[in-house]
Design a protein around this ligand. Structure first.
Ligand code: AHM
Ligand code: MG
Length: 320
């Protein structure tokens, strides 16, 4: 039988980090069970509330958020959690030996749930160093992450993680995450660009230029690109990790700093992308070096294979 996630992390990491990653995976398995039968349980659709971003919360957003907070609260090594769904960090008081802060988007792409398209869970794990307050630790740049993972609830449910030792994937089978790919590498160049093209007229001209040059094959390697866009970041990222190419969410008139959030969307996936040999930037700077100003800060994001991320960065650097 393939190695379990628990065996994998226990061999490579401290017992505390192994327990943390395993607990998040258990939470994801619970979320997965609810997603699989959502249409039967009256948990599809809006919860009737809004999150801190002013977005309508889906019932499954709330369920996934509560599930993750519960599993993380049960671990004495966790000092605090930050969730896309909650305005303020949840700090677990009275834990002098706590080492970790977990920052997550419990159910990314949740507007896709009702139409049975992939959704995902994304988690970034930061270290809480001695002498640093929880609030300061939350606002560290992504280079300080000690681990990052996502779960893609697709035709298979796949958990992908890195703890700075390469990128590894596990497939959920009968309640257990089993190793399905070890030391994954993103192709240096890929066949796809991935952007919400409805935003082209709403973003800086350089992004439209990049897309038309992907299409006519003049941007990277004389090759014409195909377009793929699910609109669920985890699905778009997972394809990019496996097949190569680039995903981009530029600043738009509606979202002048981009739509995606730095701490729990861009940072963890940038850590995974870099560990797999890919790259991620906001157009000018490496995502992982950006110092966050607040927990829910947004960023433009260009993430994927080295060649495409560099080519778009090159266009931006010479754009007026
Ligand atoms: P969410 O965290 O509220 O679900 O929003 C993030 C999602 C991403 O999954 C996806 O990449 C993006 O929003 C799609 O946005 P758009 O519909 O504007 O293309
Ligand atoms: Mg979300």
């Amino acid at each position: 039988m393939a190695m379990t996630l628990f065996q994998h992390v226990r061999q490579r990491h401290t017992p505390e980090l192994a327990a943390l990653i395993t607990a998040i995976a258990d939470g994801a398995a619970t979320i997965e069970r609810r997603i699989r039968t959502a249409g039967l349980d009256d948990i599809l659709g809006a919860a009737g509330s809004e999150n801190v971003q002013g977005e309508a919360q889906q019932k499954l957003d709330v369920l996934a958020d509560n599930t993750l907070i519960e599993v993380l609260k049960a671990l004495p090594s966790v000092a605090a959690v930050v969730s896309e769904e909650d305005e303020e960090p949840v700090i677990f008081e009275g834990r002098p030996n706590a080492k970790f802060i977990a920052i997550f988007d419990p159910l990314d792409g949740s507007s896709n749930i009702d139409v049975n398209v992939n959704v995902g869970t994304i988690v970034s794990i930061q270290a809480l160093k001695p002498g640093v307050s929880v609030r300061e630790a939350i606002l560290q740049p992504g280079t300080e992450q000690i681990a990052a993972l996502y779960v893609n609830y697709g035709p298979s449910t796949i958990l992908v993680y890195t703890a700075g030792n390469g990128v590894h994937a596990f497939t959920l089978a009968e309640g257990e995450f089993l190793l399905s790919s070890e030391d994954m590498k993103m192709p240096e160049q890929g066949p796809y660009y991935s952007m919400n093209e409805g935003n082209i007229g709403e973003s800086q001209l350089v992004y439209g230029k990049a897309i038309s040059r992907f299409r006519d094959g003049t941007l990277v390697g004389g090759k014409k690109y195909s377009s793929r866009y699910v609109g669920s970041f985890i699905a778009d990222f997972h394809r990019t990790l496996l097949k190569g190419g680039v995903f981009l969410y530029p600043p738009t008139k509606k979202a002048p700093n981009g739509k995606l959030r730095l701490l729990y969307e861009a940072n963890p996936l940038s850590f995974i992308a870099e560990q797999a040999g890919g790259a991620a930037s906001n157009g000018r700077y490496r995502i992982l070096e950006i110092v966050p100003t607040e927990p829910h800060v947004r960023t433009p994001l260009i993430i994927g294979s080295q060649s495409e991320v560099a080519a778009i960065g090159g266009l931006i650097s010479i754009s007026p």
